[in-house]
Design a protein around this ligand. Structure first.
Ligand code: CP3
Length: 344
C-alpha cells in the first residue's frame, strides 16, 4: 500500500512539492517547556528513563510546530549503559562513561540480548508515542552507529578527534573489533525492539564517521551500518532506515547503495547543490540547513532555507538541519524556517 504520511512518501522515493520537515534535537533545551519537564525529571538520564516524561518532551515540538516527524526522546549512550558501562552527564561538559581499553573490561560487558531490562522504559516511550501522535506524524526511532558509540565507550567521554578509539584500533585490533561487533549486535537488537514497539522509521547516527579515512571508513562506518540494515530488512522489510555518516564528505557518495539505507542524512560541511548532484541521485536525502541559522535568524535564514529546498527539489528530500539545534537557538527562528519551507 502506498504511504500517506509525508515522511514515509519521501522515504519511498516520492518527490513532493513541499518537503516534509523535522529537526534533529527538536526536543531540547532551546524550548522552555523542555527545560520545565527536564527539571521535573531531575536530570537528563532520569528524563530518558521516565516513559511518561520522555513521551511528553517528544510531543512538545509536535504540538508547538507540527513537525512531520517525532523522534523518540532518548540518547545513543543508553546502549553502552545497558551493556553495563557506567554513564553520567557532567553539567556544562557532557557525557562520562567507564572506559574500555582492556580485554578484561570488555569481558565484563553484557551480551547484546541482555539490553532489554535497562531499555524497557525506552520501548514503553515508543509504545506511548505510537498511540498518541497525530495520525499524520511519523515516529522515528534511533541508535548510535557502532563507531560513534565506540568512540565514547573507549575514551569514556566525547573527544575532539576520537583519538583514544583510533589508538585502540591501531594498537589492539582484536579488542577494537570485539567492541565494534558487540555494538553492532546490540544495535540490531535495540532497533528491532523499537520497531516492534511502534517505530515507523529508524535512524542510525554516526556523528564521528568523518574521522574515519580511506579503508577505515569502509570497514567501520559502511560495513557495520550495512550489517545492521541487512539484519533489520530481513525482519522488517517495510521499515525505512535513515543513515547519518556525519562529515562523511566523499564517503557520502554511494552510501545508499553500499549500506542499503533508504535515506542518507547530510551535514552542512557539504553544499546542498553538491549533495543533490552526488548523493540524491542514489535516493532520498535529509538535510542540511546549518543549525547556526536557528540562533541568528533573519534574512539569511530565509535565503538559506529556500536554497536548501531549491537544491533538492528534483528528488526525494526530507528537510532538516545539518546537525542538532543548539540550546541558544530562538524558538521563533524555528517557526520562521518551517514557514519558509512550507511557502517556498
Ligand atoms: C553524539 C550523540 C549523543 N547523543 C546523540 C548523539 C548523536 C547525534 C549528535 O551528534 O548530536 C543523539 C541524540 N541525543 C538526543 C536525541 C533525541 C532525539 C532528538 O531530539 O534528536 C538524539 C537522537 C537527546 C539529547 N542528548 C543530550 C541532550 C541534552 C541534555 C540536556 O537536557 O541537558 C539531549 C536533548 C545530551 C548528550 N548526548 C550526547 C552528548 C555528547 C550530549 C551532551 C551534549 C549536550 O549537552 O548537548 C551523545
Amino acid at each position: 500500500m502506498a504511504p500517506t504520511k509525508t515522511i514515509l512518501k519521501a522515504l519511498a522515493g516520492e518527490v513532493q512539492d513541499t518537503p516534509p520537515i523535522w529537526m534533529m534535537r527538536q526536543a531540547g533545551r532551546y524550548l522552555p517547556e523542555y527545560r520545565a519537564t527536564r527539571a521535573e525529571a531531575g536530570d537528563f538520564l532520569s528524563l530518558c528513563y521516565n516513559s511518561d516524561l520522555a513521551t511528553e518532551v517528544t510531543l512538545q515540538p509536535i504540538r508547538r510546530y507540527g513537525f512531520d516527524a517525532a523522534i523518540l526522546f532518548a540518547d545513543i549512550l543508553l546502549v553502552p549503559q545497558a551493556l553495563g558501562a557506567d554513564l553520567w552527564f557532567v553539567t556544562g561538559e557532557g557525557p562520562r562513561l567507564s572506559t574500555i581499553t582492556q580485554q578484561s573490561e570488555f569481558d565484563a560487558l553484557k551480551g547484546a540480548d541482555d539490553l532489554h531490562d535497562t531499555l524497557a522504559p525506552v520501548y514503553q516511550t515508543v509504545r506511548n508515542l505510537a498511540s498518541s501522535l497525530p495520525s499524520e506524524t511519523t515516529l522515528i526511532g534511533f541508535a548510535g552507529a557502532p563507531w560513534t558509540v565506540a568512540t565514547y565507550m573507549i575514551a569514556g567521554r566525547g573527544t575532539p578527534d576520537q583519538g583514544p578509539a583510533h589508538a585502540l584500533k591501531e594498537e589492539n585490533r582484536p579488542l577494537f573489533e570485539a567492541v565494534m561487533n558487540r555494538l553492532t549486535d546490540a544495535t540490531i537488537v535495540y532497533l528491532s525492539a523499537q520497531i516492534e514497539s511502534g517505530a515507523e522509521v529508524v535512524k542510525i547516527f554516526d556523528s564521528w564517521a568523518g574521522s574515519l579515512k580511506g579503508q577505515d571508513f569502509e570497514d567501520f562506518a559502511v560495513a557495520p551500518t550495512k550489517r545492521i540494515i541487512e539484519s533489520l530488512k530481513v525482519k522488517y522489510p517495510n521499515t525505512p532506515i535513515i543513515a547519518f555518516p556525519r562529515e562523511g564528505g566523499d564517503g557520502y557518495i554511494g552510501f545508499h547503495e553500499k549500506t542499503g539505507a533508504d535515506c542518507v542524512a547530510i551535514d552542512n560541511s557539504v553544499s546542498p547543490e553538491w549533495a543533490a548532484e552526488h548523493v540524491q541521485v542514489s535516493g532520498c536525502v535529509q538535510g542540511n540547513l546549518a543549525s547556526s541559522h536557528m540562533v541568528t535568524g533573519g534574512e539569511d535564514l530565509v535565503r538559506e532555507t529556500k536554497a536548501v529546498v531549491e537544491a533538492f527539489r528534483k528528488g526525494p528530500h526530507i528537510f532538516n538541519l545539518g546537525h542538532g539545534i543548539t540550546p541558544d537557538a530562538d524558538p521563533a527562528n524555528v517557526q520562521l524556517m518551517i514557514d519558509t519551507v512550507r511557502e517556498a
